[in-house]
Design a protein around this ligand. Structure first.
Ligand code: NAP
Length: 531
């Protein structure tokens, strides 16, 4: 008999809820977490300025009406320490600690066909068996540092933002180099610029960013909002992004130019990426509509940055707005007016090497005391394939996915019985409010395991034909939008050699949920159930 019913890998938002949901369904569970604390993304990304770009009222669990009434967020967009406090509160409140093993990295998971169980190996050499294996490893966990010649010789400290020292890093009066201008780079840069004597921002690709307009939560507003939380959550589950939004419902291309500018400006002043991008129905599917919004955003950069040449260098032109994750910051562009901040264009003069005292590009050398990498992640697949996961016949997941990930509904993959992924590639995941998508997957997996028990089955496995059809659908939907026009991490373009496959599902949270429910209602259509 297996040690537990379910082995959960990871204790971030997904793993924490998985432990609670499976236990509440009467299953025995053990979660393994590599970190010394729970929280996943919100544990590791403790760099200064780390903040969620989804509002706190949305980026929180909905499974417990009591929890959502009891907990009060302090800000519209919660900072990393507050999200981490929330997750620790959830673990306390629901008594989850005995089932979570910290400081334990899962290195391998192998399906034992003879015994119909997973053998999970951890970095302490221990092995545990489980009937089901749930990979709740996060979409953005496998961080990447580019291999720069000479990096090992650098005399000062260097860190990837996702491994920021938990005790902090004092950059006061230092000359700091920052590589990367994605969501993370744009958040951390103003914080560093506030204390460093000099900040060099090494930019390969200029990025779009909208203001947060972050503010403290007003207790009166909170009371009124919480009175309708249940119906709001339902709307979120049925929405496109996992957040109820009020767009105009009209295409920009059918709207008079002045009206578009007025509408966009209103949303710009209100802050937030989702309401801004969601203003018009055609922005993410029609390049001409997208260009209007992109130009609006470049106008805002020209307003914020005093030096016109610098503003031009900071103006994104290489991809449609929204096709890479829209960044959010109140301070990023104006920061470049500070005398201690320098933008270095590494598109025209690429980084050549690192030396003990700094960094050299093909055009100049920069003397640095510290180096910060905000260079992103081997997204969606890296955290899964870096574990030695082996299914039927010992086939490795990394081998099966060598030409790109293949899943059925982003929750299972053929050849790997009784294994589930929470927000895996092929599901809305990173193109949605993650918490809503996580809850939907965990509950679907819980119900699937329950169904097997109720009907006398013990094994569930995706059919290759269902997987093929789903992947074709994921690709088809992606190619009806502007998303594939960007060299983004959604398509694997940020990792040298990674196959270009559009990984998240763009069909929308609500429709995706309905599809998953239909599959379940049809007795898990597309899966083989057996004993
Ligand atoms: P990212 O979006 O992948 O950005 C990485 C940055 O590093 C890009 O500017 C990239 O340039 C640059 N880069 C990568 N390799 C490089 C190299 N070899 N040389 C020079 N530059 C290099 O990563 P991220 O900023 O960590 O964000 C990842 C995702 O995490 C976000 O898209 C978002 O989903 C999530 N996130 C969310 C928040 C939030 O909620 N506010 C905050 C942080 C992160 P290129 O563009 O040229 O590739």
């Amino acid at each position: 008999m297996a040690d537990v019913d379910v082995a959960v890998v990871g204790a971030g938002f997904a793993g924490i809820y998985a432990v609670h949901a499976f236990r509440s369904a009467g299953l025995t569970v053990r979660a393994f977490e590599a970190g010394s604390g729970i929280g996943g993304t919100w544990f590791w990304n403790c760099y200064p300025g780390a903040r969620c770009d989804v509002e706190s009222k949305d980026y929180s669990y909905s499974f417990s009406p009591e929890l959502e009434q009891e907990w009060s967020w302090s800000e519209r967009y919660p900072a990393q320490p507050e999200v981490l406090r929330y997750l620790n509160h959830v673990a306390d409140r629901f008594g989850l600690w005995p089932f979570i093993q910290l400081n334990t990295r899962v290195t391998g998971a192998t399906w034992d066909s003879a015994r119909s169980e997973w053998v999970v190996t951890t970095d302490d050499g221990a092995q545990r068996t489980a009937r089901f294996c749930v990979l709740a490893v996060g979409c953005l966990s496998a961080y990447q540092v580019p291999s720069l010649p000479g990096l090992e010789s650098f005399a000062g400290p260097w860190y990837h933002t996702s491994r920021w020292p938990r005790a902090g890093m004092d950059l006061t009066g230092q000359r700091v180099g920052l590589i990367g201008t994605g969501s993370t780079g744009i958040q951390v840069a103003p914080e560093i610029a506030g204390v460093a004597s000099q900040l060099y921002v090494f930019q390969r690709t200029a990025n779009f960013s909208v203001p947060n307009r972050n503010r403290a939560i007003d207790p009166e507003w909170e009371r009124a909002f919480k009175a309708n939380y249940r119906s709001y959550r339902k709307q979120a589950q049925e929405s496109f992004l996992g957040v109820p939004l009020t767009g105009t419902g009209r295409p920009a291309l059918a709207e008079p130019a002045e009206q578009i500018q007025r509408n966009l400006m209103e949303r710009w002043q209100a802050g937030g990426g989702m309401p801004f991008l969601g203003a018009y129905t055609d922005v993410l599917v029609d390049r001409a509509a997208n260009d209007i919004v992109a130009e609006f955003m470049r106008d805002r950069i020209r307003e914020a940055v005093d030096d016109p040449q610098l503003a031009e260098l900071l103006s994104p032109r290489a991809f449609p707005v929204g096709a890479k994750r829209l960044c959010q910051s109140d301070d990023y562009f104006a920061m470049f007016n500070q005398p201690n901040v320098t933008l270095v264009d590494i598109r025209t003069a690429p980084i050549d090497s690192v030396y003990p005292g700094g960094l050299r590009t093909s055009a100049a050398s920069y003397e640095l005391d510290a180096l910060v990498f905000a260079t992103g992640f081997d997204a969606l697949t890296g955290s899964l394939t870096r574990i030695d996961v082996r299914g039927t016949g010992g086939v490795a997941l990394a081998e099966k996915w060598a030409a790109g990930p293949r899943t059925y509904l982003g929750v299972a993959t053929a050849g790997f019985p009784n294994m589930f992924m929470v927000t895996g590639p092929g599901s809305p995941s990173v193109l949605s409010n993650m918490v809503v998508s996580i809850e939907q997957h965990v509950e679907w997996i819980r119900d699937c395991v329950g169904y097997l028990g109720s009907y006398g089955f013990s094994i569930v496995e995706a059919k290759p034909s269902a997987e093929d059809a789903w992947m074709a659908h994921v690709t088809e939907v992606a190619h009806s939008t502007v998303f594939p026009l960007a060299d983004s991490w959604y398509i694997g373009a940020n990792i040298p050699g990674k196959p270009r496959v559009f990984m998240p599902y763009l069909g929308g949270v609500g429709p995706y949920r309905s599809r998953c429910d239909e599959v379940a209602a049809a007795g898990y259509e597309g899966f083989v159930l057996s004993v």
